[in-house]
Design a protein around this ligand. Sequence first.
Ligand code: SF4
Ligand code: SF4
Length: 356
Amino acid sequence: MDSHAQPSVVIVGGGIAGLSVAKCLSDNGLSCTLIERENQLGGHVRSWACMATDRCLRCFCCTVEDLIDVVESSERVSVLTGCELESLERPGTNSFRVQVRNATNGDRQPVEAAAVVIAAGFTPYDPSEKVFWGYGVHRGVVTLQELDTLVRRDDLAGFVGESDEPLKMAFFQCVGSRDRSIGADYCSQYCCKAALRMALRLRKDKPDWEITIFYIDLQVAGKFAGSLLSLAEEKQIRLIQGVPGEIVPREDGTLEILREHKGVNVREIYDKIVLSVGQHPLPDVSRLSSLAGLETDRFGFLTAAGTQDPCRTRVDRVYVAGTVGGPKDIEQTVEHAGRTAAAVLADLNGSERTQQ
Ligand code: SF4
Ligand code: SF4
């Protein structure tokens, strides 16, 4: 079938959600325009490392490389990187006129579409907002995403040094999540599994390191995630309930933490601390929501039509996919994007709305 005869879909965001939607729609004969603000596709996941130890730990990071290959080689997908959504008009009930702006040279390009999918992703919480994390102040404190990128670049020594001495590393969970004081009293869904995988990945190369994860609750739901806990116990990762509230630097460069244990304050010394920061809404989510006529929830994520229909929105033929609509891990993001693509296909094919 001639793809030009098919309706076209604009997808805003070239991370794993937008890529998944583009693949699914193009596989089903629709043409798509994928708009990505950065100069390359892949979003956050592109800079995260494979977490395989002696086995695949099902982190799903490698799916993004495959998706990029498929989407970039598809004749049905037009990829516009370094570009952002500038305006969204609706000249007819079933059509959109989208203005895309090149962020470098300011060039504008109009795109006609029959549907719009917002898949713009999330922003990681910036822990420098709370001074007691010591982020940006103490050299031994990094975010989990930064550590992931270092592992991917095979540059862990850039953070921990070249010494062969065993090192003590602690992960602090729920940094910027489940925190009412910053309006983020929700679970970010992915950081417990990500920290467990990272701890196991480090254990593979650094068997003599002492690795501790301080948590509130360990959220490890998911098809493949349950085994992470038993693997962590098997590999002697310390799991301690209760997240310390302060990091104090010492003269020798180590970091002292204070935690409560059976009603008594206990001090422990660590060489490095990893902050498992949560997912927050994009800084410009209100611009996106007002361009598309959407609402945001009390945390700032775009609101879908309802829990029974988490991909459509209250605006006909405007959809959300992935973490722009709320925190998700990679597996959940791909699954959500698949449901979004199915909803687009059902609506554009004139089908009855699928019962979710
Ligand atoms: S799913 Fe993750 S751990 Fe498994 S091979 Fe892919 S990147 Fe590596
Ligand atoms: S996934 Fe874990 S670390 Fe992340 S917010 Fe939820 S409970 Fe906290």
